[in-house]
Design a protein around this ligand. Sequence first.
Ligand SMILES: NC(=O)c1ccc[n+]([C@@H]2O[C@H](COP(=O)([O-])OP(=O)(O)OC[C@H]3O[C@@H](n4cnc5c(N)ncnc54)[C@H](O)[C@@H]3O)[C@@H](O)[C@H]2O)c1
Ligand SMILES: O=C(O)C(=O)C[C@]1(C(=O)O)C=C[C@@H](O)C=C1
Length: 365
Amino acid sequence: MTRPHRVHVIGTGLMGTSVALALRRRGVEVFLEDANPHHLRLAVGLGAGTPVDEGVRQPDQAPDLVIVGVPPAALGAVIAEALERYPGAVVTDLGSVKAAVLADVSARAPQWLDRYVGGHPMAGSEQSGPLAARADLFDGRAWAVTPHPRSRPEAVEIVEELARLCGALVVRMSSTEHDEAVALVSHVPQVASSVVAGLLTTASEGQLALAGQGLRDVTRIAAGDPSLWSQILSANAGPVARLLHEAAESLHRVAVALEKGETSEYAGREVRRFLERGVTGVRRLPGKHGKRPETFVSVTVLLPDRPGELARLFSDVSSAGINIEDVRIDHSPGAPAGLVQLAVHPDAVSPLLEALARHGWDVHR
Ligand SMILES: NC(=O)c1ccc[n+]([C@@H]2O[C@H](COP(=O)([O-])OP(=O)(O)OC[C@H]3O[C@@H](n4cnc5c(N)ncnc54)[C@H](O)[C@@H]3O)[C@@H](O)[C@H]2O)c1
Ligand SMILES: O=C(O)C(=O)C[C@]1(C(=O)O)C=C[C@@H](O)C=C1
């Protein structure tokens, strides 16, 4: 196992700073650089590492791993430059698209390609910049590692160890397999979210006043940086466009069926089939820690909007020896309370209800 000891992060935005914080948590020495001095200062202030100019003066202090966390359009040039600047280092990146970047690096730095191995942590946020970074961002998440025929085995190993040090689960695949997969699980969902959110631009205040959690779930990622996402989508244009045509056909069929209305039994069947296909698809998603999905049961608790109430609820549940598998909090605008949905194993439901009743919680099932 090759553990990275001295790491350089180029690009201290959301992703680069999160990786740096995760590595610092594991005692790895981290140096930072960014084209934007303000981002660099913020990342240093968050404890993510030392600026490269201050920290590295001796040749024996060169990094063994360089991690490039810049926007997709800049990746090829920055990776090629890092391969040249740090001849003893393996270079990886955090980019959301892999085949175009590999082609770019192959063209710019063919002589050093054996030290480049692509990577893509499947975790992030609709926010950007170092202030949105989190050390635990990668815990339990997949991290795609995309070796190519010329990658050195020890370069692949150090990149996989990086992912594990950050708490992620390694998924090894080629760059083209990766791009096909993320078109489906990340890029088309982003477009779908933007389509729905785009419809809101002409909504009236009265319509928006009815917005609930369902709409918020579907549109959260639509707030992502348009500059970043247009680079991602155009770098993976073929696979994304193919799936969008398929999705557009499906939407067209359901719209036509709805227009035929209740009078047609066929239309009803078509709409139901469309919805059932969605249920089947969502059930295929892996559960916690990449395991098979488990069916948990949700118990909803009314939470007064006062400091310390959430901590008291968790403490009452944990003192009954019950593991909370997942948690979600819904806020009603204007109401001085929230609804906390606790997802637990089916066997834990009765003990949970007893514990909540014992401690005086208001439960909704
Ligand atoms: N945002 C996400 O959810 C997410 C998730 C996984 C992977 N990624 C990938 O991670 C990479 C970074 O995304 P982010 O969300 O952290 O973006 P970000 O905007 O938060 O950070 C990018 C940083 O790169 C810096 N930068 C730009 N050009 C540079 C250059 N030439 N040299 C040095 N620094 C430069 C910027 O100043 C900025 O600090 C992208 O390639 C993206 O595809 C993003
Ligand atoms: O949680 C989110 O905000 C994300 O959408 C993160 C997400 C994703 O689609 O899963 C977005 C882009 C990435 O390249 C990797 C992760």
